[in-house]
Design a protein around this ligand. Sequence first.
Ligand code: PLP
Length: 394
Amino acid sequence: MSHLMNTYSRIPVAFARGEGVWVWDEAGKRYLDALAGIAVNTLGHGHPKLTRAIAEQSLRLIHASNLYRIAEQETLAEKLAAISGMENAFFCNSGCEANEAAIKLARLYGHGRGVESPAIVVMDRAFHGRTLATLSATGNRKVQAGFEPLVSGFVRVPLNDLEAVRHVAEHNKNVVAVFIEPIQGEGGINVSRLDYLRGLKELCDRHQWLFISDEVQCGLGRTGKWFVYQHAGFLPDVVPLAKGLGSGMPVGACVVGGRAKGVFKPGNHGSTFGGNPLAMTAVVTTLDTIKRDGLLANAARVGSLILDSLKHQIGRANGVVEIRGMGLMIGVELAQPCGELVKNALDAGLVINVTADNVIRLLPPLVMNEAEGREVVNRLVPLVRAFLDKRAAA
Ligand code: PLP
């Protein structure tokens, strides 16, 4: 009998070690990793620069309280400001915490403007985390069911529908922020149109709302630029980050600029573990390696190769609804639930995920090269074809 709490439907495979884009299970079977721990292992597995940096920092100092100055935080905040165009960073340990900070900040911002009951515009099918506030912001009933009463103050609209947000602006004077995953990950790789993002930004500027870009999953180079908002060519006010930030080290950040600068004051927010020197070192090494090794351009190149090859080979197949994505964030939407493909892929030595029931999700490490990208396609396409043939025959 397991003494683990029963919170996951786990697949009975245990990974024991990894190197680059490859992982091995306990029995020694090798798999090509096209998931990276759900967008976490940015530099792949066992990256020598990262493992060395973590080992060396652990010998110097692992934790120091935020009661004191932490030099590694200052170094990292400067680097994050340089790549994001933002100004200040708050460090935490996960995506939901980064989003929780963003929600608190938006409320405080609203109160500062005299709004007694601040509201935040959120999107259908978004995923923002599993704390009470972030699951309330999440646009998926499955995540919320059983945890009512939900946190109030969220107004939900469909993604890519600017008219819906204009309508909210006209009728709800309590709105203080728009909170959006510019590419929805858990929701099925739903990509915001760039003109829609620009339109949202204009609305935010017109009404003095905060633009909060949840880049926990889609940010940090995955789409070929550091952040998705950079494809649209503007600066948001708040950017929650986590997942790929530390290449596997648990760490999150809430990065702010614009109207969000200076909203939090001492005592408004905090975290015991947030910004510890070990996590900061992992992030600094991750960012430096992305830059030095040209991994943004690599993500764009290898991502296009995978996307184009998939479109070419199965894009018109009966049962394939759409193949979409940006850089190394790719979804293949099928006409029917396809969760069984995760197990079939493992049997074929490939790690993938299925989300929103019918979307195959690929989130490979940013170090994946072109040959490995081709191999992902070579392993995945026959599995999709076999699945579709079986369903057609049934
Ligand atoms: N935001 C987005 C866009 C996510 O994809 C996730 C996790 O999947 C989260 C927030 C929550 O992150 P965490 O699981 O680290 O709390």
